[in-house]
Ligand binder design. Sequence first.
Ligand SMILES: Cc1cc2nc3c(=O)[nH]c(=O)nc-3n(C[C@H](O)[C@H](O)[C@H](O)COP(=O)(O)OP(=O)(O)OC[C@H]3O[C@@H](n4cnc5c(N)ncnc54)[C@H](O)[C@@H]3O)c2cc1C
Length: 464
Amino acid sequence: MIAKVKNMINAHILGVEKMGTAKYCIVGGGPAGLSMARSLKARGIPFDVIERHKDVGGIWDMENPGSPMYASAHFISSKYLSNYADFPMPEEYPDYPSNQQILAYHRSFAKEFGLYEHIQFQTAVKSITQSGEKWEVTLSTGEKRIYEGVICASGITWSPNRPKLEGEENFKGKIIHSVSYKDSESFKDKRVLVVGAGNSGCDIACDAAFASQKAFISVRRGYHFIPKHILGQPADVFGDGAHWIPNWFSQLILGFVLRILVGDLRKVGLPKPDHKLFETHPIINDQLIHYLRHGDIIAKPDIQKLEENEVVFKDGTREKIDLIVLATGYHWAIPYMDTKYFEWKNGRPELYLTLFNRKYKNLFALGYMETDGGAYKMFDEMANLIASYIDAKRKQDPSSQKFDQLIEKDFPLLNGGIKYLNTGRHSVYVNQVAYKQYRSKVQKKMGWPEIKSGQFQRSKIGSV
Ligand SMILES: Cc1cc2nc3c(=O)[nH]c(=O)nc-3n(C[C@H](O)[C@H](O)[C@H](O)COP(=O)(O)OP(=O)(O)OC[C@H]3O[C@@H](n4cnc5c(N)ncnc54)[C@H](O)[C@@H]3O)c2cc1C
């Protein structure tokens, strides 16, 4: 017992020595990590960012090993509603920038706000364990550091979901997960089958439409396809002016308008959607329908089994296929932390407002949610909320205790009345408007300020 107490005291002293000031650790220098870093810096809260790759940008850097990015990827939210506060995307960018442009945007963001000097590159976080009230972070260099708190911002697309297909052991063709698809060169002279019609699956099928010998897409359920532009405006800009309209009404009206604009997709072999508009993550793509209507992509149902050279589908049809691309998504993971630290439900961490660990008040996650619009404005607002809470804790402001109560007991529904499909993916899916309204209400109650235009100007966010 005495030895245990001694150890604890030693660990504490060591921790204090190593800590110097009470520093926070941000894991990952992708979009979420950068937004978090700027927020902490703006408040003078000391932090380090640990990034395993050689530069910032997260998945947008195709050279980042394991990135799901591919050469033809473009943003699916428009540049007008996808920028960080006080840092609009360059005027010369198109409505839907390319992946290279998004990467360049993040690099200039990090430069503009002096974030590079806080980032330790080419260093991975190997493990994070509790050390008294703090966290011990073990780095790939072998170094161990004690941090006051940790913000996990390491992304959700690093662990591919690779289903096993019946009969794949006999299949002579090649099967890859979309994470390893980089460009359409690999499709040359091949009969390609893309499995899954998420946003990436649709993009990849469109690449196959012109680059392969023959392209197919296998879909399990029907989706609503939202064109990238509506009446000449980017779809999200078009919808942005209508937030005052209740969601059930937009579902009805926009659903009707889309049926008229896009037409009945059963004619091109896609199943009728089994859910209302917005009840799944929207597919923002008009190219796929173009190619389906030109016969450059053939829609197929779910796969039943693979044979030597053929794929047999559930409707009994079969096709000779050389390459199968599984666009079947990702498992979410925080692999450097034991599962006991986060409560995982349906493969998603259960967090207050998708950010705050309910048990450990100095453990946060940013970027572990999906939503129906551009993520970066949300990242900024979420990072601002985390920073406000940390700030209040540091100053021992009573608001932090009030907020602690919410972290433990508040379980708001953030779906804006939309019944998302009961899938793992949608268990932490939030409606952007509902989320913003709720977050703002809570923040106001705490007396914590919203982000104000101009607050992140370079001259105002000193050094820490
Ligand atoms: C094809 C595609 C299109 C998309 N389009 C849009 C869009 O139009 N609009 C939109 O808002 N969002 C879009 N997204 C969502 C996208 O996920 C976000 O834009 C964003 O990249 C997520 O940022 P993040 O920082 O959470 O994660 P990531 O981009 O994954 O960054 C995480 C970082 O953490 C690092 N890291 C991971 N583990 C460790 C570790 N153990 N130690 C140290 N570092 C680590 C990684 O190297 C990486 O740099 C798209 C996603 C894809 C795949």
